[in-house]
Design a binder for this molecule. Structure first.
Ligand SMILES: [Zn+2]
Length: 531
């Protein structure tokens, strides 16, 4: 007797093996049989004729931990077929943090992560993870955030960790992994992370290596003078080389200004791999990104956290220095996310500016882009988020899509969404990343078989991040399952109109319970804190 039988579909087991026609039997939250189950008893049968049945997608990079407890249904992820999300990315999250540091960091990160419950227990990774167990629709895993660890060790201070604070931080890395974190994450364009030097990163990665875990790195553009070889992939590879830790590079892809240069993008990694560095990557299928704009503010202005930053934005002399830094460092002549490409996705005190370009706001106010951003940060008490505008050239856009498929064809690549859920005009990846790869780009560019693409959404990330019992559709694995129409599946979210669910993904099961039934979220909250 099965709880559910999914019958008549083409089964993709997640390993890349050819699809085959089979029925899938589920009991007690597990997959218990794959084969001919036409005559088996089942409380519920799902007809998957003409559809594909795959393990639920495992998303290696999201920013949903702040909003998930307030919106536990989480349709934006679930409707993409995502059944497990790894959060705590870019070194920006909430555990381990003392009560006082949690309340501070909650304010500092509100533009990116929203407002999690004020009484959330973040004092240990174990306590933090418990809050998401059987209370939300998806499974979740956590990367202990370098930023949180740094706050506990040194506070919001502009200095690399050395001596006792560094020992403290290394202890927190070990404790966090023991408490169930699947690794740690560093985001080297964001504070307090970006105050680290390469030696600090190596020391933390060394603790990660001792614990047999993984260090996820968002590559450095900020404070390059503190970095080995000026930051970027060279620094991250040096961390891998010197620590021996497994390294995973966040959303590594070409952008409009580097379209067609996928090979150059990986040159440093190829060198390091030849020397034995164990490195993998993830990618989302869009030409530009999204974040919160505190990373545009110079390093020194973040000292003391949100209160220090607000005081400096209010002080005329400090404000002038901040504006000058932003207008010169992030000038439109620079390729990396210039201020002129910023489109606000979330301006809570002036919602009429959601979707507006910073350059237009600056022109309306008759001031520079840096000055306008300073004013908006102050007016919104730092709570802003933005999307980098889609490229004007459709040719470059198309090339970044072609590059993304070529990169994903490598066996050291996997898929992520980088869901940034905050804002009425959020990045379309939050609703469309998986179906965009699975439908639109796969059909447009070929290159990658359906089987290989699904493997990079399921078994590959499960093994890399140690999510045992997940990522495969086979007896003995947990029943996280997605049923989709390979010919019809497509993203519908756009830069202009991002909050649109995809088509062609009728059923999603999490731990053997139906979370999406004929494209409708059921309200079931069966997600577990994993692994
Ligand atoms: Zn991110």
């Amino acid at each position: 007797m099965f709880d559910i039988v999914i019958e008549g579909g083409q089964v993709l087991d997640g390993t890349g093996s050819p699809a085959r026609r089979a029925d899938v039997g589920i009991a007690g939250g597990d997959i218990t049989a794959v084969g001919d189950l036409r005559s088996a008893d089942a409380a519920r049968r799902i007809n998957a004729a003409g559809l594909h049945v795959a393990p639920g997608f495992i998303d290696t990079h999201t920013h949903t931990e702040g909003v998930l407890l307030g919106d536990p249904q989480h349709a934006m992820g679930l409707r993409q077929g995502i059944t497990a999300e790894i959060f705590g990315l870019d070194g920006l999250s909430y555990a381990p943090l003392s009560r006082e540091n949690y309340l501070l960091n909650r304010r500092y990160l509100a533009g990116l992560l929203g407002w999690p419950p004020e009484d959330l227990d973040t004092t240990t990774v174990a306590a933090f993870r418990r809050a998401y167990h059987r209370t939300v629709s998806i499974n979740t895993a956590y990367l202990a955030a370098h930023g949180a660890i740094r706050l506990e060790a040194l506070g919001f201070r502009d200095a690399p960790l050395v001596g006792d604070p560094l020992d403290h931080a290394r202890r927190l890395v070990r404790d966090s992994i023991e408490d169930g974190a699947v690794g740690i994450s560093s985001g080297l364009n964001y504070y307090p992370n970006a105050w680290a030097d390469t030696a600090e990163l190596i020391a933390l990665a060394d603790a990660v290596h001792d614990a047999g875990s993984i260090h996820v790195i968002e590559l450095r553009q900020a404070n390059p003078e503190r970095a080995f070889a000026g930051g970027g992939l060279a620094e991250a590879m040096e961390v891998g080389r010197r620590s021996g830790a497994r390294i995973h590079i966040a959303h590594h892809r070409t952008q409009p200004w580097s379209a067609g240069q996928a090979e150059e993008l990986l040159a440093e990694a190829e060198k390091a791999k030849a020397e034995g560095v164990d490195v993998t990557f993830d990618i989302y299928p869009y030409p530009t990104g999204s974040s919160y704009p505190l990373s545009y503010v110079p390093a020194w202005a973040h000292e003391g956290g949100p209160d220090g930053l607000l005081a400096r934005l209010e002080d005329p002399a400090d404000r002038a220095r901040i504006v000058e830094h932003m207008d010169t460092t992030h000038h439109e002549s620079r390729p990396w996310n210039p201020l002129t490409s910023v489109v606000f996705s979330h301006v809570p005190r002036q919602p009429e500016l959601d979707g507006a370009r910073l350059a237009d706001i600056a022109a309306d106010r008759g001031i520079t882009a840096g000055a306008a951003l300073s004013d908006l940060l102050l007016e919104n008490e730092l709570e802003l988020s933005y999307v980098i505008a889609a490229p004007a050239s459709t040719g470059r856009w198309r090339q970044t899509g072609r590059d993304a498929i070529a990169l994903l064809a490598r066996d050291d690549y996997m898929v992520c969404s980088d869901i940034t859920p905050v804002g009425s005009v959020c990045h379309p990846r939050s609703f469309g990343a998986y179906p965009r790869f699975l439908g639109r780009l796969r059909r447009a560019f070929g290159v990658l078989s359906l089987e290989a693409m699904v493997a990079r959404m399921t078994d590959v990330p499960a093994r890399r991040f140690g999510l045992t019992g997940r990522g495969r559709l086979a007896p003995g694995f947990r029943a996280d399952v997605v049923v989709f129409d390979a010919e019809r599946v497509i993203d519908t979210a756009t830069y202009d109109d991002p909050r649109q669910h995809p088509a062609g993904i009728p059923f999603v099961l999490v731990n053997g319970q139906i979370a999406v039934d004929d494209e409708r979220p059921t309200g079931v909250l069966a997600g577990e804190a994993v692994p």
